[in-house]
Write a protein that binds this ligand. Structure first.
Ligand code: GDP
Ligand code: IMO
Ligand code: MG
Length: 427
């Protein structure tokens, strides 16, 4: 059996956690391939709500082997407390596998993330402050610390000392902060080794064998397409590749093994942090979407910026990810609007533009061109099939599908596992 990828089609928080959890019953492995604890994935099972940051959402399905791939950046303290939290709630996490090649977030990465943001002032990215960017920067600079380094004290010491040699100069001289003592970081990180060791695995080998054994491997992205460092709204992005190509490098699986790429798509748009957002609503409608949709960050508790659905973005996500189908989430949130505007193209300097402009200034100037679709008032949260939906809701879904360039195979009508309409056998 092949591998499939699940990716956020907008700016994150589309409902990837719910979608992964839904698929959990029919897959054998769920692999996180990039990002770190900047992610916040919510899964609602019955009356239980779980907020996952670093762990793959499949960890809640007993038959799934959860894997943290080489492309992820791990804050070991956060990892262990997330595991403890789940264990206390009776979830068995013992099957977790962690790549020895994944990089570690350290206290100096977190500090650098925060001080550089502060230094940027109005130009700040609005990061989650979790040390994500500085950790990926060290990885690319070849001065990072990897999970496998935890098990060799001498190497760990050398690497921490080497990294802090210039970072402390920057912290003290440029940002007027206290130096971080290498031995403190070393002692803290050596202390994680014993607990992390049982999870350590050659994950690419494990996944290759799994695929040879006809197991189903789901590659779960954090963040979303427009937060991708290559394909997103740079520089207002995260420092990794959530797009489907990142699944190959971040899990160590070749593209020939992947035959399905699911885009998770919210029925409207949200974004956290700074950066352009053509359909953003700064009025009562935006406030209503935030309130009804519960649009508050799982990781930082920040209010999410809200706006109407943007079909230009959806088409772009289809293109750069090679999407095979969409899971449309949070349709229920739109219940009650008489008319629902949908952005079908942009106006940029007087021109109509159908595709996402690659030029950042053009995107900053893009004004949404809306088509307005009729809304519905009926409660749709109990709908089980497409035809249970009111006619106008059906038409809204069909219109989005036509504009977005890939079929919609499932629709979310509530946060719970069973509040889902399957159309083209999503699972
Ligand atoms: P992720 O980061 O993509 O996993 O998404 P988040 O968990 O950050 O945000 C999505 C939020 O929407 C969570 O609170 C989910 O429980 C919730 N959610 C997911 N699907 C639906 C849906 O179809 N309807 C409603 N009302 N809520 C949903
Ligand atoms: P999930 O997986 C929404 C945003 C931050 C900021 C930018 C860079 O829950 O969809 P970073 O800390 O990554 O350097 O911040 O990216 N961001 C997210 N926004 N959902 C996320 O994750 C995000 N992870 C990072 O708000 O704008
Ligand atoms: Mg989230």
């Amino acid at each position: 059996m092949p591998a499939l990828v699940l990716v956020g089609a907008q700016w994150g928080d589309e409902g990837k956690g719910k979608a992964t959890d839904l698929l959990g019953g029919s897959v054998d492995y769920v692999v996180r391939y990039q990002g770190g604890n900047n992610a916040g994935h919510t899964v609602v099972i019955g009356d239980q709500k779980y907020a996952l940051h670093l762990l793959p959402s499949g960890i809640l399905s007993p038959n799934v082997t959860p894997v943290i791939g080489n492309g992820v950046v791990i804050d070991p303290g956060v990892l262990l407390s997330e595991l403890d939290g789940l264990n206390q709630r009776g979830i068995d996490t013992s099957k977790l596998l962690i790549s020895g090649n994944a990089h570690l977030i350290t206290p100096y990465h977190r500090t650098l993330d925060k001080v550089t943001e502060r230094f940027l002032g109005k130009r700040r990215i609005g990061t989650t402050g979790r040390g994500i960017g500085p950790t990926y920067a060290d990885k690319i600079n070849r001065v990072g610390i990897r999970v496998q380094d935890l098990f060799d004290e001498s190497i760990l010491q050398q690497k921490i000392e080497a990294a802090l040699h210039d970072k402390n100069q920057i912290l003290v001289k440029l940002y007027n902060r206290r130096a971080i003592p290498a031995d403190l970081v070393l002692q803290e990180y050596l202390g994680y080794a014993d607990r992390i060791k049982p999870f350590l695995a050659d994950t690419t080998l494990v996944l290759d064998q799994a695929l040879k054994d006809n197991k189903v491997v789901l590659l779960e992205g954090g963040q979303g397409t427009l937060l991708d460092v290559d394909h997103g709204t740079y520089p207002f992005v995260t420092s990794s590749n959530p797009t489907s190509g990142g699944a190959c490098t971040g899990a160590g699986i070749g593209p020939t093994k992947i035959d399905r790429v699911i885009g998770i798509l919210k029925a409207y748009t949200t974004r956290v942090g700074s950066g352009p957002f053509p359909t953003e609503l700064l009025d009562a409608d935006g406030e209503a979407l935030r309130r009804i949709g519960g649009e508050r960050g799982v990781t930082t508790g920040r209010d999410r910026r809200c706006g109407w659905f943007d079909a230009v973005i959806a088409r772009y996500a289809t293109r750069v990810n090679g999407l095979t189908d969409f899971f449309l989430t949070k349709l229920d949130v739109l219940t009650g609007w008489e008319q629902i505007p949908v952005c079908v193209a942009y106006e940029i300097d007087g021109r109509r533009v159908e595709e996402l402009p690659y030029n950042q200034s053009d995107f900053h100037h893009a004004k949404p061109i809306y088509e307005t679709l009729p809304g519905w008032n009926e409660d749709i949260s109990k709908a089980k099939t497409f035809t249970d939906l009111p006619k106008n809701a059906q038409a809204y879904v069909k219109a989005l599908e036509e504009m977005s360039g890939a079929p919609i195979s499932a629709i979310g009508v509530g946060p719970g596992r069973d509040e889902t309409i399957q159309i083209n056998s999503f699972i």
